[in-house]
Design a protein around this ligand. Sequence first.
Ligand code: KE4
Length: 429
Amino acid sequence: MERTKSKAIFGRALDVIPGGVNSPVRAGKAVGVDPPFIKSAKGCTLWDVDGNQYIDYVCSWGPMILGHGHPEVLKTLSEAIPAGTSFGAPTELEVEMAESIRQLVPSIEMVRMVNSGTEATMSAIRLARGATGREKLVKFEGCYHGHVDSLLVSAGSGVATFAIPGCPGVPRELAGHTLSLPFNDAEALRGAMEKYGQEVAAIILEPIPGNMGVIVPRPEFLKELREICNHTGALLIFDEVISGFRVRPGGAQELYGIEPDLTCLGKIIGGGLPVGAYGGKREIMENMAPEGNIYQAGTLSGNPLAMAAGLATLRILREGRVYEELERKSERLFSGLAGAAESAGVQVVINRVGSMGTLFFTGHPVTDFESASASNRELFRGFYSSMLDSGIYLAPSPFEAWFVSAAHEEEHIQRTIECAKKCFASLGG
Ligand code: KE4
């Protein structure tokens, strides 16, 4: 597959944008493949600047659950644009969005719109620290919550030692307030919280991690989190930027029946436009300015176009049988991939929750960051390149999720399985 125009544009991009991209993962360094530059998209299909066509399983990293260019979303946007693109003033659309979120996610009694998932988690941890008067945080290795200083950390040397900066620029003093524990490990969690629980403002996690590849949470782990937060007074923050409205209308908290104190949202609620949100119990949220004295603000927060596209998306998700269809299509895809790998004698483990899933090149269960990291990255690189050249567009990293949209039909799924079959044959050979 020729990508000469993409290469030329990438050359220009490298001269004016760090790494040639506006978000690092897009550069394809983890797979050693220069990125195709995308020109347009419709349904589950992308076209790059060279005219190559791809079946899209990135879906803009989750937002495009209905597929690209859904007619009702486009219609709503085309009606909103002439009214104005941004006012910096309250609009009824923001209230409708807040009411919709509250209706779909009952643990959220009040919600504040922001412009990215990072802003949502950054605001939620500031709120948790301000509301509890505590400074420590607990996160889990392999969970990603955006580029928030306090959460861009690596686990300390021992399980219950405080974290170190995950990259230059994160002050050691800040990282030192965060504990990074193994995901799905209730014993490590209990040990750390017995020691530090009274100092912990919040425990934050992706309830269904997508950023170390998809990991299925152990129900007893989620239950333990809720109980430990009840016992210690730490707030439980579910980062549902990916899982929110992805696995159920009410996200992972609906699926697993665990109620967090605060929830972070993003992606799907913007219908493809920049968005984030954080919300939770009224008595916690009322700490936020101007009601309370914890500050957070944003020029484009609640932007009318993002609200319009997000509301149209949520309306469609609430109607009909979208989630049943997503489940059927996702099961068809991932069982087909598993069968193709098995026939070729290639060892893979597939973790899937609803329409988010990951194929790991390993023969062992993948339940946390350590076991995810042990998967074969070389095989993934070969798989990625072969699938891309066959017209299947996957996330350029072994530690991301495949996303199935309502626009993926049987023909797309069948073609994906066929391409994977060919690739496994060459990898397995
Ligand atoms: P943004 O600031 O990128 O809107 O959201 C940060 C974020 C927060 N929480 C979770 C669970 C997330 O997955 C993300 C962002 N996800 C990544 C990919 N998994 C976005 C892609 C990118 O970084 O380019």
